[in-house]
Design a protein around this ligand. Structure first.
Ligand code: GLP
Length: 261
């Protein structure tokens, strides 16, 4: 795990966007795993800028989103289909047929989940996966108690998540109770993971994810099992880390470190 702590979420998001741009530039047909929520908005803004001003080319990329609410149609303004289109896809040159987002309205969830996993495999897996973190430590919609080996499936949302996400809906009772989500096992198979977190509401989840035991109680802690994960965390979200000074020291000493470290 590489823990990168910074003052500004915008600056951290730009650094994370550069990592993604490097992947796309070195492998034009890269497979990108994407996330929703307020956290990756600045990252997407930077990718759009890189596309518009620097010609970052997504025309051969394929994308897989982490999750979608069950019951919301793609044109619902709180669906993750709508979010991705508004905040990224309509501003870049990704071919629509290369975009994959779990369906919130399929007639057969079991078959859809199997198909989604199969499509990821057919594309030779995800090169780089963007993640946010829920205040209860979830990644995608893998709520506490989700198996660390789980695959794409339906998940019942935790009350905490429903409360957190109620701000986006007209009424709390409008927040869907179920979601279709990649599993923790699916996520761990991506070559590189990038997790972003900002704000004090994420401080406990970040402390549990980085310094707690690996546990289904905090599914982001599964990143400890991944050989190549980058965590971009602002100071408010990093406030509860016990080894904060060490992570900062590592970053300070990075320029002089032997190659490959
Ligand atoms: C939802 C999404 C997660 C996201 C989380 C945090 O639960 N399924 O992928 O990480 O919200 O959202 P935010 O970035 O708005 O705090």
């Amino acid at each position: 795990m590489e823990v990168i702590i910074g003052k500004s979420h915008d600056e951290l998001s730009k650094a994370a966007a550069q990592v993604i741009a490097d992947v796309v530039n070195s492998k034009p047909d890269a497979v990108l795993g994407l996330a929703t929520g307020s956290t990756p908005l600045a990252l997407y803004k930077e990718l759009i800028r890189m596309h518009t001003e620097e010609g970052l080319d997504f025309s051969h990329c394929t994308t897989f989103n982490l999750d979608e609410y069950v019951g919301l149609t793609p044109d619902h303004d709180q669906s993750y289909h709508y979010f991705m289109n508004e905040n990224l896809f309509k501003h870049i040159n990704i071919p629509p047929e290369n975009i994959h987002i779990p369906s919130g309205t399929t007639q057969n969830y079991l078959a859809f989940c199997e198909w989604y996993e199969m499509r990821i495999e057919e594309c030779d897996g995800i090169d780089i996966q963007v993640l946010g973190i829920g205040s209860d430590g979830h990644i995608a919609f893998n709520e506490p108690g989700s198996s660390l080996g789980s695959r794409t499936r339906i998940k019942t949302l935790a009350k905490q998540t429903i409360e957190d996400n109620a701000r986006f809906f007209d009424k709390p009772e409008d927040v869907p109770i179920y979601a279709i989500t990649m599993g923790v096992g699916t996520i761990l198979e991506a070559d590189t993971l990038i997790l972003l977190a900002n704000g004090e509401s994420k401080a406990q989840a970040i402390s549990d994810a980085i310094e707690g035991p690996v546990s289904s109680w905090c599914t982001a802690s599964a990143l400890q099992l991944h050989p190549d994960s980058l965590l971009y965390i602002d100071e408010a979200a990093a406030a509860k880390l016990k080894m904060l000074d060490y992570y900062q020291w590592i970053q300070d000493k990075k320029p002089g470190a032997p190659a490959g470290s």
